[in-house]
Structure formats: structure tokens, C-alpha cells
Ligand binder design. Structure first.
Ligand SMILES: [Zn+2]
Ligand SMILES: [Zn+2]
Length: 178
């Protein structure tokens, strides 16, 4: 999605569009491991221009399929995010008077009178995706011995592993009695 700055009217622009999930892959760096699948991305955009400074208010709604790093099951993480973005022509210094206090306010540049929205949207989609995704904070993961998904079933491996410790405790008790 690209917008020509000169085409932004005085009263601003309200746009709504969507991107196919495959669009996400084209933006990922070559070496980046693509182990997630992006659903359709809905974008709600409000664009305003004061002089050459363009401000964006963006709302993104999508979901991504991720593999849980503990149990390896695929789960869907919904992503809903809203942010504001200010763009100035490249080469022009961001004026001091622009408020830098708000945390959700980001700055960027545009060149050749053209706003490139895809990288901005893409960045905001990536932000909430955890490096180590978990289907659930309490995910029990896989049994390291038999590989069973411990969220769905139980196995007897754990008790077998604990056995030697019980044996050790027994010895301690015996020593005390002596
Ligand atoms: Zn899991
Ligand atoms: Zn097991």
C-alpha cells in the first residue's frame, strides 16, 4: 500500500483495506525462518497532513498461526493493535516541538512524496509475536522421555525418574535412625 502525499486532501483520508497473509512472507528477510502463517490482515487507516508532516492512525486486526515452543502444537494468536505514526520527508529534521513523550508515537521518513505503508504495518504485526510462542502460559509441553503431549495425556515416565530420589531419601532416614 502506497499513498502519494500530494493526494492527501486537507480534511485527511480514511481508508480501510486488507492484505493477504502471503504478503507477509514477501516482507520477511531471506534468512528469517518463516514458521508462522499469517491470516488476512485488516487495516483501518486515518491519514492527516499538516504541511509536509503526515500523521497516521492505524488499527490492525489479524491472527497468526504459531507453533508452541513447548508442545509443538499449532495455535492461533489473535493480533489487534493500534498505533500512531508520524512521517516527515527524508532529509528534514524532526522538529523539537513535536511531542516525543507518548510511547505509542513513532517517527519515520518518506521520500519522493510517497508513503510506503507496508513496512510500517509489517513492523507492528511482528511486535506482538513472541520469540518463544506458548499455546498457553501453563503449557506442560512434551514428556522428554516418551514424547507424549502432557496437556492431553499423562505418562508414567515422571514417576520412574523420581524413583532414585526416593531411594536416596530412604538412605537418609536410615542414617538418622542409627
Ligand atoms: Zn503448548
Ligand atoms: Zn513420558
Amino acid at each position: 500500500m502506497k499513498i502519494k502525499v500530494e493526494n492527501i486532501p486537507e480534511e485527511g483520508l480514511q481508508l480501510q483495506f486488507f492484505e493477504d497473509g502471503d504478503w507477509f512472507r514477501t516482507l520477511l528477510p531471506e534468512k528469517e525462518k518463516v514458521n508462522y502463517l499469517l491470516h488476512k490482515v485488516d487495516v483501518f487507516l486515518s491519514v492527516n497532513k499538516i504541511g509536509e508532516t503526515v500523521s497516521l492512525a492505524v488499527k490492525i486486526e489479524t491472527a497468526v498461526d504459531l507453533e508452541c515452543c513447548r508442545c509443538l502444537e499449532v495455535f492461533t494468536l489473535p493480533i489487534k493493535t493500534e498505533f500512531k505514526y508520524t512521517l516527515v520527508p527524508i532529509g528534514k529534521r524532526i522538529e523539537e516541538e513535536l511531542e516525543l513523550t507518548s510511547e505509542d508515537l513513532s517517527f519515520g521518513y518518506y521520500k519522493n512524496d510517497l508513503l510506503e505503508l507496508d513496512p510500517i504495518i509489517f513492523e507492528q504485526i511482528l511486535l506482538p509475536i513472541p520469540i518463544k510462542p506458548l499455546c498457553n502460559d501453563l503449557c506442560k509441553g512434551l514428556c522428554p522421555y516418551c514424547g507424549v503431549n502432557l496437556n492431553e495425556a499423562s505418562c508414567k515416565c515422571q514417576t520412574k525418574v523420581i524413583d532414585p530420589r526416593f531411594a536416596a531419601l530412604k538412605n537418609v532416614t536410615v542414617l538418622k535412625h542409627k
